[in-house]
Write a protein that binds this ligand. Structure first.
Ligand code: FAD
Length: 398
């Protein structure tokens, strides 16, 4: 009986957790990583702090809730926290429930994983780009761009968003789009606002004007459109023809706000339109609202259409013209279709012994630690399952 072998293709978050799980499951594990080092994105995540999970992880935060449910049931937030605690990593939530290493450095996350990999005897091979995977008599053969070949009993593909490796191996591929990024908008309504941050609520409306989702938080105006975590989350739901409706005063309901503005119009009737919002709105935002209402700044407040201004502040519309620069997006939607995989094990329904995890699958989640959570959790499940198949194939116990 020889040693069960598992090859992990891609040394990102999913690949590293899969490697640990497979090695703990008794397999001899090799990670093949195309880049010069493993965990590059882990180090860049969360602005270098690595927002590794979220205390409220749930299936609804992902684009295929049914598919992620079995994995998240086995590895909810507490499961991933315990996995990292087992590696010696202390974590803590911020006041929004986002989980970070207590050191506040992403390098701590990568360090504890690599220490464990070394301790388990996992071989890390960098600068090896895998170009094909083929079925062999009792497992798989992996070929690299340099023509190197490696045999394994089971394989876990964790090559991340936009990878076509599984497509070449007969899996259906969902077209990729960058999500969790900024949105481009028409420019006139946001003229002069670049660099301004406002606390607000933003609703994404579809091409028919129907609300798709509302997010609250801080919106950042840019010269090309809008950004900020709330916009990143809305970008997951963007479809052509969409419009943003911004509510600058989400804590005050519409009727109460109308009354407040009417009172303000009467008490500050001596002001002009230019200074009417002084004390309640940043002046550049006020100027944009007046421009949208086609009001001359010199207009006396007594002549202002107060109802209309009140309505505009609760429903400031900006047409969305597209997704922002793909380089600014954190995640790729699309990839290997989840219908080809068993959600309990992450195994391909087409190829026994072939597994996938992380972003290479058509799974994306909200901003706030959900995507890394999926990468770790699905990686662990895939690694455990791959070790089991490898043991079976080499005559060991299942
Ligand atoms: C700037 C930035 C910040 C982010 N911050 C957060 C955050 O704070 N919290 C959060 O939850 N999510 C965050 N994300 C998203 C998160 O990083 C990803 O969802 C996660 O890293 C996906 O992990 P993965 O292992 O599936 O893929 P990846 O991390 O992309 O890893 C894939 C690996 O496979 C390798 N590879 C690809 N093709 C081949 C091949 N043919 N052969 C060999 N190797 C190959 C790649 O080089 C790479 O190392 C952020 C993303 C970005 C870009």
């Amino acid at each position: 009986m020889r040693e069960p072998r598992v090859a992990i293709i891609g040394g990102g978050a999913a690949g590293l957790s899969a490697a640990i799980a497979a090695a703990r499951g008794g397999a001899a594990v090799t990670i093949l990583e195309a880049g010069a080092r493993v965990g590059r994105k882990v180090l860049a995540s969360g602005n270098g702090r690595c927002n590794l999970s979220h205390a409220s992880v749930s299936p609804e935060a992902y684009n295929h809730p049914d598919f992620v449910t079995p994995t998240l049931s086995r590895y909810p937030y507490e499961g991933v926290r315990d996995f990292f605690e087992g590696l010696g990593l202390f974590t803590q939530p911020d006041n929004e429930g986002r989980i970070y290493p207590i050191s506040n450095h992403a390098s701590s996350v990568l360090d504890v994983m690599r220490l464990e990999l070394a301790h388990l005897g996992v071989e890390e091979r960098c600068d090896v780009e895998v170009t094909s995977i083929t079925s062999a008599a009792d497992g798989f053969e992996v070929t690299s761009r340099d023509g190197e070949r490696l045999q394994s009993d089971a394989i876990v593909v964790t090559t991340g968003g936009g990878s076509t490796l599984l497509g070449a191996f007969g899996h259906e591929s969902v077209p990729c789009v960058p999500v969790l990024g900024p949105l481009k908008t028409e420019l006139d309504p946001i003229r002069g606002l670049s660099g301004i941050r406002v606390k607000c609520a933003a609703t994404l409306l579809d091409a028919r004007g129907e609300p798709v989702a509302t997010e609250r938080g801080e919106l950042l105006f840019r010269d090309y459109g809008v950004s900020g975590i709330m916009i990143f989350d809305l970008s997951r739901l963007y479809e052509p023809g969409a419009t943003l409706s911004i509510d600058f005063f989400p804590d005050i309901d519409a009727a109460e706000f109308r009354t407040l503005i009417a009172e303000r119009c009467s008490t500050l009737s001596w002001r002009t339109a230019e200074t009417f919002f002084d004390g309640m709105l940043q002046s550049r935002v006020a100027a944009a609202v007046m421009r949208a209402a086609q009001i001359d700044p010199a207009t006396p407040v007594a002549e202002l259409p107060c109802d209309r201004l009140g309505a505009l502040l609760k429903d400031f519309r900006i047409a969305v013209t597209g997704r922002g620069d793909a380089k600014q997006a954190q995640v790729t939607r699309g990839g290997a279709a989840v219908t080809d995989f068993d959600p309990e094990t992450m195994e391909s329904q087409r190829n026994h012994g072939l597994f996938a995890a992380g972003e290479v699958l058509d799974i994306d989640g909200r901003c706030g630690g959900y995507n890394l959570h999926w990468a770790w959790a699905s990686g662990i499940v895939a690694g455990q399952s791959a070790a089991r198949v490898a043991r079976e194939r080499t005559g060991g116990s299942a």
